[in-house]
Design a protein around this ligand. Sequence first.
Ligand code: UDX
Ligand code: ADP
Length: 484
Amino acid sequence: MIVLRPYQSTIAPNMNYTSPVKICCIGAGYVGGPTMAMIAKQCPDIQVHVVDLNQARIDRWNSDELPVYEPGLDEVVKEARGRNLTFSTQVDAAISEANIIFIAVNTPTKSFGIGAGRAANLEFIEKCARQIAKCSKGHKLVVEKSTLPVRTAEAVKRILSSAANGATFDVLSNPEFLAEGTAVQDLLHPDRVLIGGESSEAVERLAQVYGRWISRERILTTNLWSSELSKLAANAFLAQRVSSINAISALCEATGADVDEVAKAIGTDSRIGSKFLKSSVGFGGSCFQKDILNLVYLCEHFGLREVAQYWEQVVVMNDYQKRRFSERIVRTMFNTVSDKKIGIWGFAFKKDTNDTRESAAIHVCRDLLEERARLAIYDPRVPESQIREELQLAFADSVGGLSDKHKKLIETNVTVVGDAYAAANEAHAIAVLTEWDEFKSVDSRRILEDMRRPAFVFDGRNILDRNKLVEQGFEVHSIGRPSK
Ligand code: UDX
Ligand code: ADP
């Protein structure tokens, strides 16, 4: 059976799906917020109500300072908010009024119990399903947007089938492939929209929403389980490419090859392709590590030990890359960074986002703090409170406890500053951890004047003009290149 097919509408409207679409989305995070804002912008006649338990987050969605920083998102939200886009904490009311309910809650890796460190924590999904069952009447379409382990839809269906009010449901999987930092463009022009489901009528209903601005050839339909697995597999393949080029970067440093040249040389082979071959201090973000560990857990569950080990190496390599970077800093700076000021440029997991989940910067900063370095951290979009919270979590034990020693270390050895110059002032070294564009255009002469000697630069993103910096008098260490 061929399950992956471009979508073609051949379905007559089902009795269940004749009323105008009304959407509710549970979860106003990095996925739910931007995705729903785009649907509302493109479909002015569809009411879209985004709900979340987190009042502070909802307040920010209703303000001029959105909780999610994404280029272009402000305009999208402003156009639709108050017209057909609403944000609130009225979860029950929103569920009962809607006929399409998206679930876009977080599914972090479990930190306790069976599958800890690997399996997804489905607590929030289950709570949503129970709430939907409780608040629904008639027929509703429930759409999984969150990335989930394969066959979660089955559990959701079982919970929904216990609905007391005689409500009935179709469950679809519609994973989101947007990348943070480019979410608006990704939502406007997706490579594809994937809809997995058993009921053709339900699939058609959702496809019609996306079909308002996305061509039908790009709307693919599969069975439920293929859709759920495709999301995990896509992220695993993408992360694998980053780990592959990062593995090569270690070899480049040892041999004198240049990883960017190697990436270009191999990327021009059309079978390999040039995208996603940028060597870095390590991938971060809420998805890659979580989804691979999820895949690993799934393989182990089905007794596929070799397959599990194969994918796990992608994460092992990423951990190695992050560790290797901080070790290189310490080794290069005469084997001690104790009491030395290091300017940290960038804390987000990539540019153009304020998201810091699993950012490589957290790991590098933790390692440097363990060595008693003094860190001056600057990120254009991440607030101080979030940086401190991430560092505290990085030092916390398995039940979230933070020792007094580590608490004091963060308090005394970390300052968060307002620009790249302040981070570099009187510093022994600069470490570039996020590829923000503004770092490429700093006045490097001014930076050099303000720094201690030797003026070390550790470019964890290979974005700086290395030759120029070396000419000016910096000692530059990049990823996947011999040091200069
Ligand atoms: C990813 C997937 O791209 C997206 O399809 C999915 O919906 C969610 O997960 P995201 O995590 O937002 O998106 O960003 P992405 O651009 O994939 O970057 C992930 C990490 O990999 C970042 O830390 C980035 O800096 C790093 N990366 C990416 C590299 O180090 N090198 C590259 O060549 C590409
Ligand atoms: P993602 O990156 O997947 O969007 P986020 O953590 O940014 O993840 O957002 C998920 C949101 O879901 C959070 O704001 C959280 O408060 C919300 N959430 C979790 N469980 C529920 C629930 N049962 N009802 C409403 N909102 C929920």
